[in-house]
Design a binder for this molecule. Structure first.
Ligand SMILES: NC(=O)c1ccc[n+]([C@@H]2O[C@H](COP(=O)([O-])OP(=O)(O)OC[C@H]3O[C@@H](n4cnc5c(N)ncnc54)[C@H](O)[C@@H]3O)[C@@H](O)[C@H]2O)c1
Length: 441
């Protein structure tokens, strides 16, 4: 991934501009939550960059600084925001529409700040998100022209906001399922396809291309193909920019990637895993379209295969029946309910069941991930790390891996990798938990 000399990370100086693609539930909850935290009106729970510590050295040393005191991250005060969205609502209207925050306690006190964040016209095409209609949309002679307009937006925001650096996080809708094809293979074929208005080039890919052309890191919070194609990884390498994705790991999949490693660690078999959700926000509505759901389904289904390794353990996991459903159910709004029924078996094949009922809040879980990704991608950029940032797999349901290796899904292996990468970046020894030289390991 990188070309880093450990311990040589440039300081965070000046403002960091965070550009969100999409100003819906996740993005508006993220932006409002940062401002509420800055004003002391709420706490940034769920964010490692704000709350987590990191152990350094031997256990006997008792050194455990906050991550944000250990690595040179941008502070919340340094953040400035922009967004694109085909829906013209500013961040205040979006917060009210999405209904995640209490209007009187958390939206009205920061109303002028939120009203000032007005979405830039989006590169949007209903072919790729069937259930949305966009009015705040760019027009252009072809896809390349549209992507060039995004580049102009990026430069303009940087100049107007006075930000010294930018990061872009895709917080927009899930697009229809796209299979990687010839147009995605190389940068040359991709650019030709943009000019020819090739249907296999989705809007999300145009944002990724524009970001990288401007030297801006790009993180993909949806399951869209976007930067998981040869053309974009090639561009990231040549421009020396960090990329990563895909699909924020928040509710049901976060739980899945904690439970599945436990079954495997104890050599317990899994016969079936049935996961269903009810969700009533705009994301739920978009995912009600079978073509967008297919993209999400692929992202959610991959997890168990990689963790349980049925090829290595055919008796335990070879016949696993895995089903994932998402049902659009408007009365619940952003408050998703995720049920899991897991049929496991143990000693001598005796069956057991586990039921999980997670009454979660989708955007409350996702917002701190956007914050951490923005700050860590900016850190990676300053550390000179480019290409796929596998160490940030912790945040993704379907982590993008470098060619030739499988992605790591286990939440706690991902966390160890993230923290060891931070130690390595700062020239501290990585922690192996070997413990043979106890008590000083
Ligand atoms: N816990 C979570 O909330 C969670 C977890 C994993 C992934 N995600 C993904 O994050 C994304 C955002 O979720 P959300 O709940 O905020 O959805 P949302 O529907 O509230 O917001 C998405 C916004 O993106 C906009 N949009 C669509 N296409 C666009 C384009 N081409 N350019 C710019 N804007 C565009 C839409 O108009 C909408 O306002 C979705 O793809 C969702 O699947 C969310």
């Amino acid at each position: 991934m990188g070309q880093l000399k450990p311990g040589s990370v440039a300081k965070s100086e000046g403002k960091l501009g965070v550009m969100c693609v999409g100003l819906g539930a996740v993005a508006s909850t993220f932006i409002a939550g940062v401002e509420l935290s800055r004003k002391g009106l709420a706490k940034p729970y769920g964010s490692l960059t704000q709350l987590a510590t990191i152990r350094l050295g031997k256990r006997t040393e008792e050194r455990a600084p906050l991550i944000r005191d250990f690595v040179p991250l941008a502070s919340l005060e340094d953040l400035v925001f922009a967004a694109w969205d085909p829906v013209p609502d500013d961040a205040y209207r979006s917060c009210l529409h999405c209904g995640v925050f209490d209007k009187h306690e958390h939206v009205e006190p920061i109303r002028p700040f939120l009203e000032a964040i007005k979405p830039l016209p989006a590169v949007f095409d209903q072919t790729y998100v069937k259930r949305l209609e966009g009015k705040n949309v760019k027009t252009g002679k072809n896809k390349r022209d549209l992507a060039e307009q995004l580049r102009a937006d990026i430069r303009d925001f940087k100049a107007k906001s006075g930000a010294s650096r930018l990061v872009i996080v895709w917080c927009a809708s899930t697009e229809i399922f796209i299979v990687p094809g010839a147009a995605h293979e190389t940068l040359a074929s991709f650019e030709k396809a943009m000019e020819a208005n090739d249907p296999s080039i989705a809007p999300s890919m145009l944002y990724a291309w524009a970001a990288l052309m401007e030297g801006i890191p790009f993180a993909n919070g949806a399951p869209n193909l976007t930067c998981d194609i040869g053309a974009i990884t090639e561009l990231a390498a040549s421009k020396k920019v960090a990329i990563g994705g895909k699909d924020f790991k928040t509710g049901q999949t976060m739980i899945k990637t904690v439970l599945a490693p436990m079954f495997k660690a104890r050599m317990l078999g899994v016969a079936g895993w049935y996961s269903t959700n009810i969700l009533g926000n705009r994301d739920g509505e978009v995912l009600d379209d079978p073509e967008s759901f297919k993209t999400k389904e692929e992202s959610k289904l991959g997890v168990l295969e990689f963790i349980l390794q049925p090829k290595l353990y055919p008796e335990l996991y070879g016949k696993l029946f895995h089903k994932v459903r998402i049902n659009y159910y408007p009365p619940r709004g952003d408050n998703k309910e995720g049920w899991d029924n897991i049929d496991i078996f143990g000693w001598c094949g005796y069956p057991m069941q586990i039921k999980v009922d997670f009454l979660c809040r989708d955007s409350i879980l996702a917002a701190p991930l956007v914050l951490d990704l923005a700050l860590f991608f900016d850190l990676a950029h300053r550390a000179g790390m480019s290409g796929v940032q596998e160490w940030l797999s912790f945040y993704f349901k379907s982590p993008q891996a470098i060619p030739g290796v499988y992605p790591e899904h286990d939440l706690f292996i991902q966390q160890t990798k993230l923290k060891n990468t931070l130690r390595w970046m700062m020239g501290e020894p990585v922690i192996t938990h070997l413990g043979q030289d106890y008590p000083t390991d």
